[in-house]
Design a binder for this molecule. Structure first.
Ligand SMILES: O=P(O)(O)O[C@H]1O[C@H](CO)[C@@H](O)[C@H]1O
Ligand SMILES: Nc1nc2[nH]cnc2c(=O)[nH]1
Length: 293
């Protein structure tokens, strides 16, 4: 690992201190908006908003559909911070930069991370527009030590060898399923396994078939690094994938995915996701115990 690709504890602290000196909000919950899902931040009350370019240490967001703003505010009376736009490996960011905000959030006092993403479906039963609650993930870059946890370990954040068998919090998972029932949206809500690939290209047919055989339900180019870092520093995590397209698995199939189509489906469903996330934040216990206050 190159030195320029490393971030020190002091770097996280400097950014956290800058934020604390610019907003009165002290968030307990952080929400990362996937492609085209920035609307999730629009429901925040009494918002304070900062372009990433104004925040010391923050990378730039370069992907259409990722506005590049950090928004603080309240959802159902709970103080949240929302990333309107995330960072991806394929933009050229080292993973310590991709996940930089998560450790900054930890220093701000955040205990719960909600990750959302746009993803293509491998599962035959899924439809475009479905919402998948993430039960677990497969981190393909991690198989070859491309992980934000590689390099010297900082024990102030977490252990050298963190367990990942409960990467997604079961209480929040169950609570979300109940909320989906009460919102009447269960007929397009799935539960499944997300797989991160590096991107930026979408899958070849052979890759799609491989992922399908591996038991992957949805594939995307994000999320796993943020979830690893959040778990490492003791946050609980809840994740949602919006199924924006079907991954083509057949050589005869002429359909081809593109980012504009992904953003179109995200926009179509973002209000429903906003409702679900708002209810979840409203009903969750922000003190990191069980799911009701
Ligand atoms: O994972 P998010 O950021 O939601 O975006 C997904 O959509 C983009 C491709 O259209 C990729 O960035 C992929 O990861
Ligand atoms: N890798 C990958 N990422 C996506 N993001 C949204 N859809 C897709 C997809 O089909 N494949």
């Amino acid at each position: 690992m190159h030195k320029k690709d490393m971030v020190s504890y002091g770097d996280y602290q400097r950014t956290a201190e800058w934020i604390l000196s610019h907003t009165k909000h002290q968030p307990k919950v952080a929400i990362i908006c996937g492609s085209g899902l920035g609307l999730l931040a629009d429901g925040l009350q009494n918002p304070d908003s900062f372009p990433y370019s104004d925040i010391p240490g923050f990378p730039e967001s370069t992907v259409p559909g990722h506005a590049g703003r950090l928004v603080f505010g309240e959802l159902k009376g709970k103080t949240c911070v929302c990333m309107q736009g995330r960072f991806h490996m394929y933009e050229g960011h080292p993973l310590c930069k991709v996940t930089f905000p998560v450790r900054v959030f930890k220093l701000l006092g955040v205990e719960t991370l909600i990750v959302t993403n746009a993803a293509g479906s491998l599962a035959d039963s899924y439809n475009t527009g479905d919402i998948m609650i993430i039960r677990d993930h497969i981190n393909i870059p991690g198989f070859s030590s491309i992980s934000p946890l590689c390099g010297p370990n900082d024990e102030r954040f977490g252990p050298r060898f963190p367990a990942m068998s409960s990467a997604y919090d079961k209480d929040l998972y169950r609570l979300a399923l109940e909320i989906c029932k009460s919102l009447g949206i269960s007929h397009f809500v799935r539960e499944g396994v997300y797989c991160m690939v590096g991107g930026p290209n979408f899958e070849t047919i052979a890759e799609a078939r491989l992922l399908h055989k591996l038991g992957v339900d949805a594939v995307g180019m994000s999320t796993a690094p943020e979830v690893l870092v959040a778990n490492h520093c003791g946050m609980r995590v809840f994740g949602l994938s919006l199924i924006t397209n079907r991954v083509v698995k057949d050589y005869e199939d002429k359909e081809a995915v593109n980012h504009e189509g992904v953003l179109g489906v995200s926009n179509m469903r973002s209000q429903t996701l906003q409702m679900l996330v708002t209810e979840l934040v409203g009903l969750m216990d922000v003190n990191n115990n069980n799911s009701s206050e």
